[in-house]
Every structure is written in structure tokens, then in C-alpha cells.
Design a protein around this ligand. Sequence first.
Ligand SMILES: Cc1cc2nc3c(=O)[nH]c(=O)nc-3n(C[C@H](O)[C@H](O)[C@H](O)COP(=O)(O)OP(=O)(O)OC[C@H]3O[C@@H](n4cnc5c(N)ncnc54)[C@H](O)[C@@H]3O)c2cc1C
Length: 314
Amino acid sequence: MNLSALASQLSERAHGTVQTDYPLAGLTTYRVGGPARVYFEPADRDDIAVLAEVVESASGVPMLVLGRGSNLVVADSGFPGVVVRLGMAFSWVRSARPEEDGTKMVAGSATPLPLLANWAARRGLAGVEFAVAIPGSVGGGVRMNAGAHGGEIVDTLRSATLFDVRSGALAQVPVGDLGMTYRYSQIHDHQIVLDATFELMRDHEDAVRARMESYRKHRAETQPGAVQNAGSTFKNPPGDSAGRLVEAAGLKGHRVGRVSVSQLHANFFIADEGAKAQDVYDLVHEVRHLVKERMGVELHPEVRFVGDFASRSA
Ligand SMILES: Cc1cc2nc3c(=O)[nH]c(=O)nc-3n(C[C@H](O)[C@H](O)[C@H](O)COP(=O)(O)OP(=O)(O)OC[C@H]3O[C@@H](n4cnc5c(N)ncnc54)[C@H](O)[C@@H]3O)c2cc1C
């Protein structure tokens, strides 16, 4: 089945939005890149089951689950398959068992991480305040094991509901089976996180809010703010910081096309108006090569590149 036929089948059978050649740049924080060949925003869980049935009859079709696009660079040629983005119907938070001690919460995967942090703070619950200024979603946060200020998702996550688009299987997977390590999980591209259950700790709301405020302040002082980027470009190598290494290699301000290494924080790469996704890719490649050459350390990207990029020899 070709992708146009797949889009027609989805439109006929699902209630959500189906579009072809749908621009993705505006759905990512880098604001670069091309369209999704097929874009699907399911209206509910039934729509996701429909997606599985349609994809099953179109084996081998590439799939991308898009959260808030804050850790992604989509190629200028776009994504040559189906992009699934969970919308408002998947953005909610509630107490898991309010009749018990009320420290467990469940959140839909489209819930913004700052909303999750504020929801918990309002109830005097601690453990996710590190997420207050991470501009991702719960689903993206689980997949990436997002973290900051000494905390990460895996610390309080207890389980995640995963839907496997290839097999159609729905399962509540305990955190120990998600293979979560530093900015990594074993969740595959064909698995959709539908919701996540967290177990938090009781604390005073004022104390939780004070920590959140100090994290916000620290970021405002040390990271570039409302500009086009995707947060940390590289993962920190054991015992060191990627930003320190890029800076020590003399690469602050280093530029490819319309993308440059931030002067404020060397692990943030900033895209100017008119930048290409390929510029981001090339800058990451070049900085990685120069840091290895000058500092002897191999850096690994935290940012994910999706679609087809022209590879460069070092
Ligand atoms: C200014 C800025 C600051 C940042 N600071 C931090 C930080 O302090 N710490 C940190 O860890 N990250 C940080 N990030 C990166 C980013 O916000 C996190 O990685 C976040 O968890 C990504 O969530 P997302 O919804 O945007 O995911 P996306 O970027 O949309 O996707 C990231 C990955 O998750 C997958 N994914 C998304 N949603 C789902 C889902 N529902 N089911 C299955 N897979 C899914 C995607 O397929 C992709 O592989 C920052 C980014 C920016 C722009």
C-alpha cells in the first residue's frame, strides 16, 4: 500500500485529523524541516487502534511519534512516512488512587511537562519539579528519560501504557521493563506512550515551588531563552559536561549556515531565521569531530534527527 492509500484509509476510518504533506517545522522548537508525508492526530484511543490496523496492511512504513518537538530535528525533505501526534485528548493529569494516600498521579502523554510539575506542586507533591522548564511532553519525557537539576523521569515513574502500532498490543509496562538510562529508554519508534503513572513524595507546596523557582532562575541565567533550539545538543559524557568540552574546544559561536553554537551555553545550538535542518545536522557533525580532535572525547547527540540528511565525511 502506498502512503496516499494509507492516508485515505485513515481518513475514512478514523475520527481524528489526517493530512498529507503536512508541514512539521512549526511543531518543533527548532522550527526547521519539511513536511510529514502523512500526518495523523488521533481523536482518541480507538483511532490509535485504527492506525495499527491500517499500518499492519502497509508493512515497513516509517513511523514517528511527535510530542512537542523539543528534542527533534526533522530533515528538510520532511518525514517519509506517518507522523502521529497526540493532541488535547491525551493531555490530562489525575490522581491515580485518590482514596489512598494520593501520592500517585497518572498523566496523558500529550501533557506538557511544566503542567505536570505545577499540578504536583499544587498538591504538595515533590519529585517532578525538575521538569518545570522542560518544554516537552510526558510521552517525549518518558521516551527520552528527560531530566535536569539532579532529577529525571525514571526516578518517580512507576509504569507507562504503551501501544505497539505494529502488533496492536496495549500494555501497562513497569518502569523496570522500559530500559531507562541517562536520556534513553528502550521504547521503539513504533510504540506510542499513551500515559504514564508516577509516584511522588509528600512535601510542602512552598518548598516544591521554591525549588521550581530556583530551577527557572538558573536556566534564565545560564541558557538561551526564547530562541530556536532543542535544548542540550549532546549528552554529557561520564564525569564531564558536553557544554564545557565544546567551549574548551574553542567552539562557542562556531557556525554552519544559519545555525551556531550559543555564546551563553555551548551545548545549545541556535538556529537563526531561514536556517535549514541540514545546517543543524552539519554543525552537530562538525562540532563532534572537532571536540574529538581537540579534546579527545567522543560526544553523542541527545537531539534526534529524523528523515534523510546528507551525511558529511569528517
Ligand atoms: C529550551 C529547551 C530546554 C530543554 N531542557 C531539557 C532538560 O533540561 N532536560 C531534558 O532532558 N531535555 C531538555 N530538553 C529537550 C526536550 O524538551 C526533552 O527531551 C523532552 O522530553 C522531549 O519531549 P517532546 O514531547 O518534545 O518530544 P519530541 O521532541 O517530540 O520527541 C522526542 C522523542 O520522543 C519520542 N516521543 C515523543 N512523544 C512520544 C510518545 N507519546 N510516545 C512515544 N514516543 C514519543 C519521539 O518519537 C522522539 O523519539 C530541552 C529542550 C529545549 C528546547
